[in-house]
Every structure is written in C-alpha cells, then in structure tokens.
Design a protein around this ligand. Structure first.
Ligand SMILES: *Cc1c(COP(=O)(O)O)cnc(C)c1O
Length: 372
C-alpha cells in the first residue's frame, strides 16, 4: 500500500470558479472574456487536468512555457493560448506560428525580432505596458520606437490583432485603489496619442482586480488564483467570495503518542506539553509540499474536527494535537488543506499565500480526481 497521502482535484469547483470570474468581469456591463491562467502546472493542480476541466467553457488559456502551450495543443485544446512572457528567441516564433499561440511583447527587442522574422502569418500580440509594477513591460520612453515598429509592420501587412495589456501591483492590498487609479492614469497617458488605440482590445485584471475593481475588466481578464479557490485578499475568505476549493490535500494519522506534561515533540523540541497530550503523527511533511515554516498552532482537520499542529514539520511527517479529538486515532483521515480547511488559513499561519502552497505540492504526492 502506498503512503496514505493524496491530493484530489475537484473539476466541478474549478469550472464554478472560472464561470464566477467571468461573471464578475461582466459586472461593469461589458462582456469580458477570461484567460484561464494555468501557468506553473496550473498552480500545482496539473496542467492537462485543469485544461480538461475548463476545455468547454474557457475563452483561452494563459501560461509561460512554450512547451506547456504545445502540450495543450497536443491534448486537443483549440482555444487561444497566450504566452505571458512572450517568446525568448527567434526560434520560438516558428512554434508559436505552428501552434497558433498569442504572445506578450514586453521588451522592444521582442518586437524587433518579430518584425525581422517576417512570418508568413501574423501572431496575435499582447503589448505589455509597464504602468508601475516595474517588473515586465514597455516604459513610456520606449513607446515612440514601439510605434515605429508597429507602423512598419502594419505597412507590410504583418501586424496581427493587437491587445494592450498591463498588470496591477496592488489590486490585492487594502487601500490599493489609489495605486490602481494611478496605473490606469498612466496607461491612458502612455497611449493617448496613438491613432488606432480605441480599436485595440485591453487586458488588465488579475483575480484581485476582477473581484474588487470591475472597471478594470475591459475585453480580457486574467484570473489565476481564484480559479483554484484561493482568495487573493488577506482579509476576505474564499467562502465569502463564493470560491470553492479545488485541491484538497489529505492524509492519515500514522501513529499516536500519549505524552506527559513537560515532554516535547519533534525536532528541536519546540512544543512542550502543558497538559497530558495525545499527539497524532500525520503522514505529511515538507517533502510533500507542506510548508516547513508553518509554526505549531497551524490549523489542521482530523476526523472532521479542527485542531492544530504541534512543533516543527519534519520531512515526511508532522504532529498534531488530538487531546480534544477523542474519536481520532491511528488511520483517522486528515485534511491538510482544501475541503473543510481553507488553504488560505494554512498559508496565513505559515506566513505565505495559498499560491505558494498549491505550487509547492510535491511530485511524490499522487493526484486524483474528485468524482462528481
Ligand atoms: C499570474 C498572472 C495572472 C494571474 O494572477 P492571479 O493573482 O493568480 O489572479 C494574471 N496576469 C499575469 C500577467 C500573470 O502573470
């Protein structure tokens, strides 16, 4: 028998969350389409599994890796696919063309490469503007050169569909509205004197912006974490946003130790029993992707009852307090996060965000589907 740990993926929940994102994006009265962001192996949920779950509803799929894009095409995905960092070298362009990929252009050199490649067909382009995130994107002083490139391409009938794009730095932050408005203002300012700009599509919003700032939805939104049921906000839980957990990480109790007052638990003895304590040992550790820096006291569900971890997380195991869970014992089911134990709470206790928990799920953990 394999170790009792496994992650299950609820495809119906993923679809629910995707459709919710798209409904939110249309609150402003428009009809925004939604890129399902499936980068990083669909935030740890499995690229092909996530794509299959969304295949008949998603408007498109967005990711980073050109090989992953090809895998989606080979799996039969017909929708547009967007490469969020664009292409890395000229040789990538042939693959983009063969597989009909849309590309982000975030550096002037990419545009020059594209023009010089003289492709037999035009690729849809997402022109990414740096409006304040200062990570990727074209900055204002580069725009005259960008415009010259675009005009040269248009004159040679080598310019395909164009979408303007930017990314928000503080959509998830309390009081981030000022930053959003400032980025929107810059965005408008950067393109104000472009003659065709009104006819171009616009894509700005990630999950946080979709949920909080409907005015940013425009033509295409880009939900990521909300698809997987994580709240982008520290102070608002997923349930209140009507998001459903997609990944549930489950295991079982391997052993129980009854310890006396003053005994310690685990490496470093960081937990010291203040009362006679029943310690449950769970088959899950940091080599499974559970965060090692989750301190004692991190919430966990055993036999349907909420309790907390004790002491340090080991490589293959962690300890939890079963003193007040008389029904729990060896073999009792454990939920580390997911159904009944919000990943956001575990992440917050560990000083991180659910994105990181999901992405860190280790390869050795078997993944299965929730049967509808
Ligand atoms: C990852 C990513 C997103 C999705 O962000 P979430 O916060 O997970 O919704 C959207 N746009 C870009 C450019 C991204 O890289």
């Amino acid at each position: 028998m394999p170790r009792p740990i496994a992650a299950s993926i609820d495809r119906a929940a993923l679809r629910h969350n995707y459709l919710l994102a798209r409904r939110h994006a249309s609150r402003g009265g428009g009809r925004a389409k939604a890129w399902a962001v499936v980068k990083a192996n669909a935030y740890g949920h499995g690229l092909l599994r996530a794509a299959a779950a969304l295949a008949d509803v998603a408007d498109g799929f967005a990711l980073l890796d050109i090989d992953e894009a090809v895998r989606l095409r080979e799996a039969g995905i017909r929708q547009p696919i967007l490469l969020l960092e664009g292409f890395f070298e000229t040789a990538d362009l042939a693959v983009c063309l063969t597989h009909d990929l849309s590309v982000v252009i975030h550096r002037l050199e990419q545009l020059q490469m594209l023009r010089q490649a003289r492709l037999p067909r035009c690729l849809p382009i997402y022109l990414k503007l740096n409006t304040g995130m200062n990570r990727l994107g074209l900055s204002a002083p580069q725009l005259p050169a960008v415009r010259r490139e675009l005009e040269a391409m248009a004159a040679a009938s080598e310019l395909g569909e164009l979408t303007l794009m930017t990314h928000f730095a503080e959509a998830d932050v309390e009081g981030g509205e000022q930053c959003i408005d400032w980025q929107l203002e810059r965005f408008a300012g950067m393109t104000a004197d472009w003659p065709d700009v009104a006819s171009w599509q616009v894509s700005m919003a990630n999950s946080a912006a979709i949920l909080r700032y409907p005015k940013t939805a425009h033509d295409w939104v880009r939900p990521g974490i909300m698809l997987y049921g994580g709240s982008p906000f520290a102070a608002e839980d997923a349930t209140s946003l009507d998001l459903k957990p997609v990944m549930t990480l489950r295991s079982r109790i391997l052993a129980v130790q009854e310890i006396a007052v003053g005994e310690r638990v685990g490496y470093g003895g960081t937990f010291v029993a203040q009362r006679p304590t029943r310690v449950g040992v769970v088959a899950c550790g940091y080599a499974d992707g559970y965060p090692r820096h989750a301190p004692g006291g991190t919430p966990i569900v055993v036999a349907g009852q909420r309790t907390q971890t004790l002491g340090r997380v080991s490589m293959d195991m962690l300890a939890c307090d079963l003193t007040d869970c008389p029904a729990a014992g060896v073999d009792s089911p454990v939920v580390l996060w997911g159904e009944g134990m919000p990943a956001d709470e575990v992440a917050a206790a560990a000083g991180t965000i659910s994105y990181e928990l999901f992405c860190a799920l280790a390869r050795r953990v078997p993944v299965c589907d929730v049967l509808a």
